[in-house]
Write a protein that binds this ligand. Structure first.
Ligand SMILES: Cc1cc2nc3c(=O)[nH]c(=O)nc-3n(C[C@H](O)[C@H](O)[C@H](O)COP(=O)(O)OP(=O)(O)OC[C@H]3O[C@@H](n4cnc5c(N)ncnc54)[C@H](O)[C@@H]3O)c2cc1C
Length: 695
């Protein structure tokens, strides 16, 4: 792209942003006025028990139905439940696994307006896209205010290695500031190369093509803990009076004689019992699974979901500074990759590839390597495959409106569609706009005139449980108030911060459990989660299985699969003691959780060539330990000598398996494996081999 067209982009962006900004400020003022009218919800001090909720669930009949039954407890479904209860509606939300178990725990964790969408809006002069950015920026602000302990503004750096990139990205990000208007977090700014290094010491000075760093543009978006936000949305709705049940799957839709929906059969997966639940309105908020639910009603309904998988990897904290992220705006194939500090680690992603629809999508070796290769060019840290602590895949519920006359609806951010039988499906969109999606869905429910007693939407100023008594220095109180015999204030700052940032004003409920029940030990070495959190999660956050705990109540599975696996037996033990599980249930839960953890490791990749090599780790380690060739590094792998036979298993396209045994003491692992691959030269295979073998 020529420099002139970049400057053109600058001018067009600025002018369009300015013109539309004026109009938007008016809309903003109107929206703020509505916020001021927000309904105050009465929240129960404690969470209703599952038993109590199940009893209530069975009270509905065809004559006395609930107002709204929401299927799916991701961001959208939990958001719908909160919206419905805020309007005074008798609300039920059921989730077949756990709140946030689907896409909503697997996002990039950004609360954003979408810089990319803004670029598209300007280049295509598309007011619709621009409006979506406006809306998302507005919702970004709200999410940050409604859960301030879970979400915070994060500076993100855009490195510029070519001179023209500076005005190009500067203009784009200034337009982002302009569009945000009063909803903006902090104004974007230019940093010189020297300043940039001070902020981001691991940022590379040069690129492989020899270009040197000219400077960076730093802009702001929000970052959050996605699954905890999801769980707390469900808990807030439950405390406000909604029935919120996880591990409860809708298996059948109920219809009246005229074929109109009147409810659904809910299968409680923990007890095995099935209940018919009647409701005036049924909302399908099942994200990627939306078509499955629509097909329960009409097997011939046209599909509306186009699934696309996105992978992230977790790397050690030293890959990035703790308070600033980086965006790589254009990778080799034109995608955007983020590298962000998150919960004391670094996460990087994402990819975009076609996918089947499953609850446990697995990253592939190719996707992981794509991310590592993308960030490697921007870092001075030696990016190694073996540094990946966890990797996960999530499925985007990209949607087309089945009732739209043209295909342009595919570009819309979220869709609310009502089927002839009355089923309302809400899907697409993004986490950031979950509240708006929920408001639109419940508005569609109200528009059916089946629930005329619904009040106005009350979520515009509604904060989640934990916010009321939270402030940014709460962790100091948590640390000072924690007392164990003989050691007052024995909690360390990292733990205190983790508790305040995860549970807000409820943090001291956990330290009390730790004190009174002697459960102040950490669950995993190097991570701040305490044993007491298991008990709290079961009592106050609807945690029913070890998997719920490691993936959605805490984020251990996403942060470090090995540490998580080590912690699992103790987590199961604590849960078993609390719930009185017999030995067979303990065994089954442990097995299930371990199997689930496997979805955080790569699957065999058969789509493109991959070099997944399983060397005998002990042999590789022994060889290094014997000092035959020092540590295995990019440079030395070619000369890496084996003192014992090493078996390499190589996956080739179409899952064809090649096994190579390198048995001569003088054999060179890199060369032998490279030759066996036959796809790449031995030399180009070496870096990957080095990464794979330095376990
Ligand atoms: C890789 C990736 C990165 C992303 N990054 C961001 C980001 O940084 N910021 C952002 O704003 N957005 C992001 N998104 C988008 C965002 O994560 C999703 O739009 C959002 O989480 C979708 O929520 P959902 O509730 O619609 O779907 P889900 O979270 O998938 O929830 C649907 C739920 O329905 C349940 N369900 C299905 N069938 C049934 C049934 N029969 N009975 C009961 N329950 C059922 C499922 O178990 C599931 O939990 C990202 C998405 C992906 C894939």
């Amino acid at each position: 792209m020529g420099v002139l067209s970049k400057l053109g982009f600058t001018a067009v962006t600025g002018a369009t942003g300015l013109a539309l900004w004026q109009g938007y400020q008016f809309q903003t003022a109107q929206a703020e006025e509505q916020t001021a009218q927000a309904v105050k919800l009465q929240l129960a001090e404690t969470l209703p028990s599952r038993k109590g909720q199940l009893q209530q669930l069975q009270t509905s009949t065809a004559d006395k139905p609930f107002d709204v039954l929401i299927i799916g407890g991701g961001a959208t479904g939990a958001g719908c439940a909160l919206d419905a209860i805020s309007r005074g509606l008798r609300t039920v939300v059921v989730e077949k696994e756990d709140f946030g178990a689907g896409t909503s725990s697997r996002s990039t964790k950004l609360v954003h307006g979408g810089v990319r969408y803004l670029e598209k809006a300007v280049f295509n002069a598309d007011y619709g896209q621009l409006k979506l950015v406006f809306e998302a920026l507005h919702e970004r602000r709200r999410l940050l205010e409604h859960a301030p302990f879970l979400a915070h503004p994060l500076p993100i750096m855009t490195p510029c290695y070519k001179w023209w990139e500076i005005p190009y990205y500067w203009a784009g990000l200034k337009a982002y500031d302009l569009v945000a208007g009063s909803q903006g977090l902090t104004i974007s700014r230019f940093s010189t190369a020297k300043e940039s290094h001070r902020q981001f010491p691991t940022l590379s000075e040069t690129q492989p093509d020899g270009q040197t760093l000219k400077g960076t543009i730093v802009y702001y978006d929000g970052q959050f803990n996605d699954s905890r936000m999801n769980v707390l949305l469900a808990c807030t709705a439950a405390r406000a009076g909604a029935i919120a049940l996880n591990h409860a799957e809708v298996t059948k839709l109920l219809k009246d004689d005229e074929g109109k929906l009147i409810g659904a059969t809910v299968h409680d997966l923990l007890s095995g019992k099935k209940h018919n639940v009647h409701a005036h309105i049924v909302i399908n908020a099942t994200g990627p699974f939306a078509d499955n639910v629509r097909h329960l009603s009409d097997p011939n309904a046209p599909k509306m979901i186009m699934p696309s998988a996105g992978v992230h990897v977790t790397l050690p904290d030293y890959y990035s500074p703790e308070n600033i992220g980086m965006i790589i705006p254009k990778t080799k194939d034109g995608r955007v990759v983020f590298m962000l500090p998150w919960l004391g680690a670094t996460i990087a992603g994402t990819t975009d590839s076609s996918s089947e629809i499953t609850m446990t999508p697995r990253p592939t070796e190719t996707e992981i390597n794509f991310i590592l290769d993308a960030i490697a060019e921007y870092l001075t840290v030696r990016v190694r495959r073996t540094d990946v602590l966890s990797a996960w895949s999530g499925i985007r519920p990209l949607a087309v409106d089945p009732n739209a006359k043209d295909t342009a609806s595919a570009s819309r951010d979220h869709i609310v569609s009502t089927d002839p039988d009355g089923l309302i499906t809400v899907t697409g969109g993004k986490w950031t706009t979950y509240r708006l999606m929920a408001e639109d869905a419940i508005n569609a429910a109200v528009a059916t005139k089946r629930i005329p007693w619904a009040g106005p939407c009350g979520t515009k100023g509604l904060a989640v449980v934990g916010t009321a008594g939270w402030n940014s220095t709460l962790f100091t109180e948590v640390a000072q108030n924690y007392t164990v015999p003989h050691r007052p204030g024995a909690i360390d700052t990292r733990v205190a911060k983790h508790l305040a940032d995860s549970y807000g004003d409820r943090a001291q409920d956990i330290t009390k459990i730790a004190e009174h029940r002697n459960l102040g030990k950490r669950l995993a070495r190097g991570y701040p989660m305490l044993e007491a959190e298991v008990i709290y999660a079961m009592e106050s956050e609807m945690c029913e299985t070890p998997e719920d705990f490691i993936a959605r109540r805490t984020r251990l599975a996403f942060l470090d699969t090995r540490a998580c696996e080590h912690a699992l037996p103790r987590i199961v033990e604590l849960m078993a003691a609390e719930r009185g599980w017999w030995w067979w249930r303990r065994k089954a839960e442990l097995k299930r959780a371990k199997k689930f953890l496997q979805s955080f490791t790569p699957s065999n990749d058969s789509r493109t060539y991959s070099i997944a090599i399983e060397a005998d780790a002990a042999v590789a380690r022994n060889t290094r330990a014997s000092g035959s060739n020092g540590t295995l590094s990019l440079e030395s792998v070619g000369n890496f000598q084996t003192s014992k036979p090493v078996k390499l298993t190589i996956f080739l396209p179409g899952s064809k398996l090649n096994e190579v045994t390198v048995n001569s003491p003088a054999s060179t692992v890199g060369i032998a494996a490279g030759k066996a691959l036959g796809l790449v030269s031995a030399v180009s295979a070496l870096p990957r081999l080095a990464n794979l073998l330095s376990i």
